[in-house]
Design a protein around this ligand. Structure first.
Ligand SMILES: [Fe+2]
Ligand SMILES: [Fe+2]
Length: 297
């Protein structure tokens, strides 16, 4: 199955490198699985919202979405069973949530017609499903290289059940977007524009979950400008002004920093001073050396 993955964040590790690190640390590994569980569970709620907004039209899409929810609910169930069996907590994961950030960056505009709303929803679903596939595929790869403990085997078997269904969801989205684009040159243009916009939004949401170093707020503003640049000129100022305060103050980011710092400190105070503190400061150096990209007109 072929899935085109989103581009790698600037100066960041790719999914395979990240997951190779994640599976080496049991605590981080289980927290990551709980984040997957949370995302799967949340997507049931978001897809249900979409069905309610569609209000029965088109019936074919409502039917597909209801099947999609059933898949996502099963993924959440498998991951919840796994974590409860292992004895790990299944509470809301702490810190920056990828989904909440994605939601915050969406512009919940009133669509002029049903087609526009459907294109936006399908493009948004498609880009997050691609990210899921990228991570699950890298996770399976990492677990094949890791020590074959009973726990690791169980985790791999669970992700191996989920992964092909996520790849199916990507293909499903591609088919729907392709058939809408084939309706007319205007539809094709709308589909291409929506794809560009949601790729930028997803990239920003994803990077904000990864980037907790000093200066992250300013890098988030840069990504906000990247998103605005995919929109028509007249929509940009309002989009930016509505999101700038939360982007700069970023309380979720502060919470993640505190959580990461506490964990690292509790585990190994010496490593905290030697590794984590320079890492935070390094984030600051990066923005000093590399100023925010200028908006493209
Ligand atoms: Fe899923
Ligand atoms: Fe999915």
């Amino acid at each position: 199955m072929t899935v085109a993955y989103p581009r790698k964040p600037r100066n960041a590790m790719g999914a395979r490198e990240i997951l190779a690190q994640v599976v080496r640390d049991r605590e981080i590994h289980l927290i990551t699985l709980n984040r997957y569980r949370y995302s799967e569970q949340r997507s049931c709620k978001d897809l249900t919202d979409l069905i309610e907004r569609l209000d029965g039209e088109p019936a074919e899409l409502v039917r597909d979405l209801s099947r999609h929810i059933s898949d996502e609910a099963r993924h959440a169930m498998w991951l919840t069973d796994l974590l409860v069996d292992i004895g790990h907590n299944v509470g809301t994961p702490p810190g920056v949530s990828y989904i909440d950030e994605f939601d915050r960056l969406l512009d919940k505009e009133q669509y002029r017609n049903l087609d526009d709303g459907i294109i936006a929803a399908l493009a948004a679903i498609n880009v997050t499903e691609k990210r899921g596939c990228e991570y699950f595929s890298a996770h399976i790869h990492a677990l094949k290289q890791a020590p074959q403990t009973d726990e690791n085997i169980k985790i791999r078997e669970t992700i191996e059940k989920i992964f092909p269904e996520e790849a199916g969801h990507v293909r499903w989205g591609n088919r729907w977007l392709g058939s809408i684009a084939a309706k007319s040159p205007e539809h094709r243009q709308k589909v291409e524009q929506a794809k560009r916009k949601y790729v930028a939004i997803e990239q920003a949401a994803f990077e904000s979950g990864m980037d907790i170093m000093l200066g992250a707020e300013l890098r988030r503003v840069t990504r906000l400008v990247d998103i605005a640049n995919t929109m028509p000129m007249w929509e940009r100022p309002q989009y930016l002004m509505e999101r700038l305060p939360a982007t700069l103050l970023a309380p979720d980011l502060q919470m993640t920093r505190v959580d990461v710092a506490q964990r690292a400190w509790n585990r190994d105070p010496q490593a905290f001073m030697e590794k984590l503190v320079p890492m935070f400061l390094n984030g600051l150096n990066t923005i000093e050396k590399k100023p925010a990209t200028k908006p493209k007109a």
